[in-house]
Design a protein around this ligand. Structure first.
Ligand code: CA
Length: 280
């Protein structure tokens, strides 16, 4: 009965796998602590656009920089992004959260601190999808949200809107009920599911909604496999300044994958058992 130990191991591995497959797995974290203050964030997972061009800025801040890191905590570092509205280019910090193919079902969360602007409206924009390196990626994003830095004729500062069902990524934005708190730390999560083709979000623990709707359609269908990047950028007729920290991404494996893995392990287990019998 020597094979029973091996079988037990395999069954334990199988049940462990089965238990963990059901829950979200952390696939990416970036708290910006590894970077040099004053420099743009860098690395194979990072893509920065237009830092230093026409007054645009993208760099890491801490308590010694101007501006200083607004999140606080001893030695904390975060990413500062400043858009100069006279520039023809919008600065961006983009982060690749997976190297093993787009995430079909998952969540990206981050902290964001947006400077309020009483003089007019700028917009912080967050794109999720398979984004590439173009300047404008909204049209190919799986989901995109914007946050107002000031008042406009339609809404008050901090209003959040989401793009849905756009063939071009252009102007099809819908105002959600929630506001970000300007000049303060906000925690935002955005979750997506390729199977249901829906996006959900939270801000500071509260569900993002439009009336009774809390599930939103994809911006486009041009990121068909899911999300591999998140981009922080901006637009609008006023300068925009904001800070980002604590980006994380989790993936929820597809049920079909865990069933396949379970099947593979069972086959392995049977093979092992037969092997042990034959060598006895
Ligand atoms: Ca940090």
């Amino acid at each position: 009965m020597k094979y029973s130990t091996g079988l037990l191991t395999i069954l334990t591995l199988t049940s462990t796998l089965f238990a963990t497959q059901a829950s979200a797995q952390l696939v990416y974290e970036n708290n910006f602590q590894q970077y040099t203050p004053g420099d743009a964030p860098s690395g194979t997972d990072v893509f920065v656009k237009y830092n230093g061009r026409d007054g645009n800025l993208v760099y890491v801040v801490d308590s010694s920089t101007t501006p200083a890191d607004p999140f606080g905590g001893v030695g904390n570092k975060s990413m500062y992004v400043h858009y100069d509205h006279t520039s023809s280019k919008t600065p961006a910090g983009q982060f690749t959260v997976t190297n093993t193919g787009a995430i079909a079902k998952g969540t990206i969360s981050f902290d964001i601190y947006i400077d309020g602007d009483p003089t007019g409206t700028g917009l912080v924009e967050v794109n999720l999808g398979q984004l590439g390196i173009l300047d404008a990626v909204r049209a190919s994003s799986l989901t995109t949200i914007q946050i107002q830095t000031g008042s406009n004729p339609d809404n008050d500062p901090g209003k959040i809107r989401i793009f849905q069902n756009s063939a071009s990524g252009g102007s099809t934005a819908y105002y959600m009920d929630q506001f970000a708190v300007l000049d303060a730390v906000n925690t935002i999560t955005l979750s997506w599911d390729i199977d249901t083709k829906k996006v959900t979000g939270t801000i500071n623990g509260e569900s993002m909604t439009i009336g009774s709707t809390s599930e939103f359609d994809f911006t486009t269908q041009l990121s068909p496999d899911g999300v591999s990047q998140v981009r922080y950028t901006s637009t609008g007729v006023q300068d925009v300044s904001y800070f980002v920290d604590n980006i994380s991404a989790t993936a929820i494996p597809e049920p079909s994958h865990s069933v396949l893995a379970l099947g593979a392990l069972l086959v392995l287990g049977i093979g092992y058992r037969r092997h042990r019998r034959s060598v006895r």
